[in-house]
Write a protein that binds this ligand. Structure first.
Ligand code: GLA
Length: 687
């Protein structure tokens, strides 16, 4: 029997314990994208392998735009709360919360809806605990709301859940007919327990069985990209998974986006790349990260299948999922998946051509710090013009630009614009871009400086401009140069210097420091743009030698699980690491991290050196490979490259004299983050 690679991928590939061979896990790798710039309309490199003839299509006219709806898997897995009541509750909310109006249509069941054995006639039997009135009753309920209904099974002898529910292999005709009789409109067909039967054959057999029922059924191929379905499935299914399972974490979402982006050339009306269902609202990411997830999925023309239990969702979750401006991008009738125009140091410019000639541009910040990301109307493929309409798809606001399309994007955030060559551009207020020259590090009681810039990207003046920097109550904020202008002409920048002081005794930590520009258009309309900024209240390290794990960190990010003090990373939870150990040597102190990781410290110009013993923790055996880097402000001052699990601890000694901050970075050495449990053992600052 084949092992369920989906499960391994989802839960096991970065885990330490488990008897599964590393060879089975290779599907979990992350594909890096070429950094080279490309025009948005040029085909992605992968297209070249498919030749010149257009791919054949299913003739049924289904899924002309990516399917939108709900699937329970990401929120419930196989738990008991997946039942009739939940499914009906979701259908109700689709209507009452306006999601149906926003375009969400399919209410889909995933694994675990059936009993483990078929009946005497070989028919599938709904689990009577979960679905006491059967599946048809649920389908009828969903249909009565004007929605569509979907179901799940596997192209194998059993589904993916270890409980082993019956799969469709060898039962295609009868199962497809049973689904059609129930009123199923969508089938997700998984890959587990497939006995090694050829994938193309398995998925074609079910395609033919669905067709033979005469009922229009959207057919979702879920073989995790193992057999490159984008190369052969355009006339087999309407969508195909391109990756292993998503999980509710930033690193999972990011890795999947990076695998799916290069496949742009293979998607189009009726045949979509499927980077898996949405995690928005499940709690493992911040709302900023969920907005990035939703932005990227919409740019990639991905199916938008809500994966959270809407009965418990926050208003923010509904706001993200019902963003009609972004849904319009996802559902654009041209059906062109976005391509990567530029990707550099975690700053991404992703562009999608739209049916009416507009371009959607996502400025996506993969890094843990705010980044300015900038492009132009020309570079994204719009014709030469004096001005363009610029719609911010999260702010839902129209402005104009003479060509620059840019924003300072918060850590892990995404700004999405719809840019139009609109002859009426000058009737919209000028776009004003706000930025700061740093994230201020403030020692309580001592003044710190920060510079702000407000740039008019438009061709008309921004009138009665006032700039404000808002610090927490009790702080002092003083502009030491002009913070207002009667009119800021198009193309001009107002720079302001500020002095901010946190009261003595303010606790160390991150504090909101938003920068707002308020102005009027030539027609008198008032516009306000706000950059959500941060100030860090810091304490200088004590003189002498200081153990890094005992110092407060400024920021800490890991590719998997949290950064741990004096233990390895261990599993995904906090505080579940083991004693630090590299090459058989134990260490009492240090930091346990997981690539891609970055931990930063405030040194305030008071330290001279950082030293540590670095290596992959013994908890991963001889697996994994990473690079260790030490950065003093913007300069890399030490690097140990190509460290593998077989290596002994290697000493690093980095000069950091004069640096305000020191960053400890661990990268995946270019081969994906699996097993990259890395230790900064005996990490010490000399100050
Ligand atoms: C596989 C699929 C998931 C989900 C589970 C159900 O892992 O890829 O999306 O359907 O099976 O067991």
């Amino acid at each position: 029997m084949r092992v369920h690679i989906g499960t391994i991928h989802r839960r096991g590939h970065r885990r330490i314990v488990g008897a599964l061979s590393a060879a089975l896990l290779c599907t979990a790798g992350v594909t890096a994208l070429p950094a080279a710039a490309r025009t948005p309309d040029a085909p992605a490199p992968a297209a070249r392998t498919t030749g010149t003839a257009p791919a054949p299509r299913l003739p049924d006219g289904l899924a002309q735009t990516p399917p939108m709806g709900f699937n329970n898997w990401n929120s419930t897995h196989c738990r008991a709360e997946f039942n009739e009541e939940m499914v009906k509750g979701i259908a109700d909310l689709f209507v009452t919360k306006g999601l149906k109006d926003a375009g969400y249509k399919y209410v889909n069941l995933d694994d675990c809806w059936a009993l483990p054995t078929r009946d005497a006639h070989g028919k599938l039997v709904p689990d009577p605990q979960r679905f006491p009135h059967g599946i048809k009753a649920v389908a009828d309920y969903v249909h009565a709301k004007g929605l569509k209904f979907g179901i799940y099974t596997s192209a194998g002898i059993k589904t993916c859940n270890p409980a082993g529910f019956p799969g469709g292999l060898g039962h295609e005709k009868s199962d497809a007919q049973q689904f059609a009789d129930w009123g199923v409109d969508y089938l997700k067909y998984d890959n587990c327990n497939n006995l090694g039967v050829d994938a193309q054959q398995r998925y074609r057999t079910m395609r033919d069985a669905l067709k033979a029922t005469g009922r229009p059924i959207v057919y979702s191929i879920c073989e995790w990209g193992e057999n490159k379905p984008w190369e052969w499935a355009s006339d087999v299914g309407h969508l195909w998974r391109t990756t292993g399972d998503i999980s509710d974490s930033w690193s999972s979402m990011l890795a999947i986006a990076k695998q799916n982006l290069p496949l742009a050339a293979h998607a189009g009306p009726g045949h979509w790349n499927d980077p898996d269902m949405l995690e928005v609202g499940n709690g493992g990411m911040t709302d900023t990260e969920y907005r990035s997830h939703f932005s990227l999925w919409s740019m990639m023309a991905a199916p938008l299948l809500i994966g959270s239990d809407l009965r418990k969702a926050t208003p923010e979750t509904f706001e993200i999922l019902a963003n009609k401006d972004l849904i319009a991008i996802d559902q654009d009738t041209l059906g062109k998946q976005a391509t990567v125009l530029k990707s550099e140091d975690g700053r991404w410019t992703v562009v999608r051509q739209l049916a009416n000639g507009d371009r959607a541009v996502a400025l996506f910040n993969e890094t843990g710090r705010p980044q300015r990301i900038s492009t132009t109307a020309k570079d994204i493929g719009l014709p030469q013009a004096d001005g363009y309409r610029l719609r911010d798809l999260w702010q839902h606001r129209d402005t104009h630009t003479t060509g620059t399309v840019s924003a300072t994007v918060p850590a892990h955030g995404t700004t999405v614009y719809r840019v139009s060559a609109d002859p009426r551009w000058a009737t919209y207020p000028p776009a004003v871009e706000t930025g700061t020259d740093r994230t201020p590090l403030v020692e309580a009681g001592t003044a710190a400086g920060i510079g702000s810039t407000v740039r008019n990207l438009g061709g008309t003046p921004a009138k009665h401009l006032t700039v404000t920097l808002k610090a927490p109550r009790g702080w002092q904020v003083q502009a030491t140069s002009p913070a207002s202008a009667r009119a800021l002409p198009g193309g001009r920048t107002l720079r302001t210097n500020w002095r901010i002081t946190a009261p003595a005794g303010t606790a160390p930590g991150a504090y909101a420091l938003p920068l707002t520009a308020d102005y009027r258009s030539p027609r008198g309309e008032r516009s306000t743009t706000t950059l959500p900024g941060t100030a860090h209240v810091v304490v200088p390290p004590p003189a002498g030698t200081a153990d890094a794990a005992a110092l407060p960190w400024l920021t800490a990010a890991n590719g998997w699980g949290p950064v741990e003090k004096n233990t390895s990373v261990g599993e995904e939870g906090a505080g579940d690491g083991r004693p630090l150990s590299i090459g058989g040597t134990g260490f009492a102190k240090g930091l346990g991290v997981h690539a891609a990781s970055e931990v930063s410290f405030y040194t305030g110009g008071r330290c001279s050196a950082f030293t540590a013993r670095t290596g992959l923790d013994d908890e991963v055996g001889d697996r994994g490979s990473v690079d260790f880097e030490v950065w003093a402000d913007g300069k890399r001052v030490a690097r140990i490259a190509g460290v593998t699990g077989a290596d002994p601890a290697r000493a690093v000694s980095a000069p950091v004299a004069g640096a305000q901050t020191v960053r400890l970075v661990v990268t995946d050495a270019g081969d994906g983050i699996d097993y990259d449990h890395a230790d900064w053992a005996d990490a010490t600052f000399s100050c």
